[in-house]
Design a protein around this ligand. Structure first.
Ligand code: HEC
Ligand code: HEC
Ligand code: HEC
Ligand code: HEC
Ligand code: HEC
Length: 212
């Protein structure tokens, strides 16, 4: 009799465990996001700009385009005239130039690069609504969170720590979940570049540091 009750109980526990494990697996396997979690967000952009090509293969420095990242809140997205520094001269890819060698009819401006010219022209003409390329923002924090790139750059934290290997991405993808736990985990760590007094660490975990 006593044994029966014990076995009964064990079966109940096992049943509950199976349900929990099953639920966890189903969340992991589906594309379902936990509320507010946009990890792996990878929107299609209006121009198929590739970091792998520009920052990776061509080794253009991140700061050449994101010149705000070291001393302001926002890293910023470059306006079309930064692209024009090169694309004034580069209107085809090497592949397209090769193809055109045999077939003159193929010698035309790349479809994707033409979009830069259109944005640049409309910016010059000052046309309303058309001034900039409408890039879709990948990383988004809620409005009630305060974040700035500057203190992180000052502390010597590399872009890759938070954004992953952007230079190997054809299309930018959000690598971390940008949750409060993610921020705090790092704020609790030791950062050798700083004097990690106990007081400073507590300050970095203080609600008012990240919430107005
Ligand atoms: C400590 C983490 C962290 C580091 C280090 C970091 N970023 Fe960010 N970055 C973020 C977060 C968080 C956002 C979203 C900010 C928002 O929504 O206000 C962001 C947003 C951006 C954006 C979108 C535009 C903007 O400014 O909001 C760009 C571009 C960017 N980062 C580039 C960089 C580059 C380049 C570096 C290295 C020089 C870098 N980031 C270093 C966390 C980081
Ligand atoms: C330092 C020079 C330089 C800058 C700055 C630059 N590019 Fe490029 N880009 C190139 C070169 C060179 C190529 C051709 C690479 C090849 O031969 O395939 C290219 C290729 C491209 C392509 C075509 C890729 C393909 O395979 O279809 C696009 C789209 C593009 N760039 C967009 C941009 C945008 C948008 C900006 C500004 C945010 C920009 N580029 C800034 C040098 C530059
Ligand atoms: C030639 C210019 C150029 C260079 C160099 C460049 N970027 Fe970008 N970056 C862009 C443009 C344009 C966008 C917006 C379109 C997109 O998301 O691909 C962007 C978007 C981003 C974003 C996403 C911002 C958002 O919307 O949240 C991050 C993060 C980023 N870049 C990081 C980097 C890092 C890190 C490097 C250096 C390894 C780098 N970029 C080099 C032009 C550049
Ligand atoms: C990879 C580590 C890391 C991550 C991730 C990170 N931080 Fe930080 N944060 C730091 C370090 C280190 C400092 C600088 C400490 C210093 O200068 O003493 C800092 C400083 C700050 C400061 C300035 C505090 C002050 O009093 O000057 C703010 C605000 C901040 N972080 C917000 C955030 C937010 C919001 C997030 C998440 C979206 C975040 N951080 C994610 C490491 C990180
Ligand atoms: C290092 C930065 C940082 C610190 C310090 C911090 N938070 Fe947050 N907090 C965040 C970020 C980032 C989010 C947004 C999370 C998201 O969008 O998933 C957030 C979200 C929240 C939310 C909304 C949660 C929800 O599910 O909507 C509350 C409430 C909150 N924080 C309270 C606090 C309190 C209370 C403290 C102090 C004990 C604190 N936070 C300290 C970064 C921070």
């Amino acid at each position: 009799m006593k044994n029966d009750i014990l076995i009964n109980r064990q079966i109940k526990y096992i049943a509950i465990l199976v349900v929990i494990i099953g639920f966890t697996i189903s969340i992991k396997n589906s594309n379902m996001h936990l509320p507010g979690n946009f990890k792996d967000y990878e929107p299609e952009q209006p121009i198929s700009f590739s970091h792998q090509l520009h920052a990776g293969e061509m080794e253009i420095s991140c700061l050449y385009c994101h010149f705000g990242a070291e001393d302001s809140r926002h890293a910023g997205i470059p306006p079309a005239n930064v692209c024009m520094n090169c694309h004034k001269y580069v209107s085809n890819t090497l592949n397209e130039i090769k193809l055109a060698e045999n077939d003159q009819s193929k010698q035309q401006v790349s479809v994707e690069i033409q979009k830069i010219y259109s944005a640049f022209e409309s910016a010059k003409l000052g046309k309303e609504n058309q001034k900039n390329i409408e890039w879709i923002k990948v990383h988004n924090l809620p409005e009630y969170v305060y974040f700035s790139h500057k203190p992180h750059a000052n502390a010597g934290i590399a872009c890759t720590k938070c954004h992953g290997n952007v230079e190997s991405m054809n299309r930018v993808k959000q690598k971390n979940d940008l949750s409060m736990g993610w921020c705090l985990d790092c704020h609790r760590e030791d950062h050798s570049s700083l004097n990690n007094t106990k007081q400073r660490k507590l300050q970095l975990q203080d609600c008012a540091t990240c919430h107005y």
